[in-house]
Design a protein around this ligand. Structure first.
Ligand SMILES: *Cc1c(COP(=O)(O)O)cnc(C)c1O
Length: 400
């Protein structure tokens, strides 16, 4: 039925997969089906399987097919947020089950693990997933998932998906990859051996900072049916307008990611040369400890850059308060550039000592590099670095 072929490339599938012109009127765009229920021809005989929109809705079906095609999976399931997708994943587990997870996960993921599911007797072990040996040693008979995020936030550390997949296959455990930072255009975990991909659609897939959503994509139909049961039974589903907005976003994902990556690489290189910058974290830099893995595993390196300023929290805060185009805000992945200071914002709940031990310097700044003109972004960063230098200088003078 679909006009899409197996051989169609990513850019083509991102625009066409799941999106058929209307059979009756030819409308090119998927309608936003604002309906909660569907007329049945006879009792218990829904047309095309649609009964009630928590269970399924045609706009959501179109998005789910689109996401599955981009990730190279057999199926996709969409949720009201990335965390609702994580929730559905954990709903499959029962007390005593165990999860091996990365130790620098997205904060909300850590929170739902520790503060929601641990209360139900699910057990979590957090390890440095950049080291496959640590993952292997943490796996127990009761382990159900190995849950990784790559690149990680905010230090852009990478985990070798193929290496971890080889050992989860041997141990017969499911490997889940949160692919939010990379997107399927840059990295396809299923092709590297992962079992499930998780997304916050709120970030690059939506791409315009105007919608919150999540997704799970995979190949195993039995796992799909279980997850679809919880999607419906728990009810964390997206509305049709949200699904439409994400589909509008995915059509331009490829060109957006190309520009995000070009801008981010240029900015990372500039930052690396600046005397006030201690260290830059960007997988596209030759100085990144896992640059070789980045080149193997990713098509290019994405739009997230973090860097350490000499001068600690004061310098970081001065920088983040002085940018004109980089808006001071949490979140990431939209066309507009954002800046934040993890030590005082996204990662403030972690005690300072623990934070430093994990490699998060006090002067850490995180950029979500947008797709504005590079020259304007570079000029903005240059003037904000001047402000940060003044702040760091004042601090030094006061200490002396
Ligand atoms: C934002 C984010 C999430 C959570 O998604 P929401 O849509 O905010 O619920 C999960 N993982 C990563 C890497 C994220 O950036």
């Amino acid at each position: 039925m679909s006009h899409i072929r197996e051989s169609d490339r990513f850019e083509t599938r991102a625009i066409h997969a799941g999106q058929e012109a209307d059979a009756e009127n030819g409308a090119i765009m998927t309608p936003v089906y604002f309906t909660s229920t569907y007329k049945q021809d006879a009792p218990a005989q829904p047309r095309q399987g649609y009964e009630y929109s928590r269970t399924s809705n045609p706009t959501r079906t179109a998005l789910q097919e689109n996401l599955a095609s981009m990730e190279g999976g057999r199926w996709g399931l969409a949720f009201s947020s990335g965390l609702a997708a994580t929730n559905a994943l954990l709903d499959r587990l029962v007390p005593g089950d165990h999860v091996v997870a990365g130790n620098d996960l997205y904060g909300g993921t850590y929170r739902i693990f520790k503060r929601v599911f641990e209360r139900y007797g699910i057990r979590f072990t957090f390890v440095d997933t950049t080291d496959a040996g640590q993952v292997e040693r943490a796996i127990e008979p009761a382990t159900k998932y190995v849950y990784i995020e790559t690149p990680s936030n905010p230090l852009l550390r990478l985990t070798d998906i193929a290496a971890i997949a080889a050992l989860t296959k041997r141990a017969k455990k499911l490997l889940v990859v949160d692919n939010t930072f990379a997107t399927p255009y840059l990295q396809r975990p299923l092709a590297l051996g992962a079992d499930l991909v998780l997304h916050s659609l709120t970030k690059y897939l939506g791409g315009h900072s105007d919608v919150v959503g999540g997704a799970l994509i995979g190949n195993d139909d039995k796992v799909r049916d279980e997850l679809a049961f919880f999607q419906n039974a728990v009810g964390g589903t997206p509305g049709p307008m949200d699904c439409f907005l994400v589909m509008r976003g995915t059509k331009t994902l490829a060109i957006r990611m190309d520009r995000h990556g070009e801008n981010a690489l240029a900015i990372a290189r500039t930052l690396e040369e600046h005397p006030l910058v201690e260290r830059v974290h960007y997988p596209g830099l030759a100085s990144h400890a896992q640059h070789a893995l980045a080149k193997r595993q990713m098509k290019s390196f994405g739009g997230m850059v973090s860097f350490e300023l000499r001068g600690g929290v004061a310098a970081g805060n001065a920088f983040a308060s002085s940018t004109r185009l980089f808006t001071l805000a949490e979140s990431l992945g939209g066309v507009e550039s954002l800046v934040e200071t993890p030590p005082s914002m996204t990662h403030a709940s972690i005690p300072a000592e623990t934070r430093r031990a994990a490699g998060l310097a006090d002067g850490l700044v995180r950029l979500s590099v947008g797709i504005e003109h590079l020259d304007d972004l570079q000029a903005d960063i240059a003037q904000a670095l001047d402000k940060a230098r003044e702040a760091a200088g004042e601090l030094a003078t006061r200490r002396a």
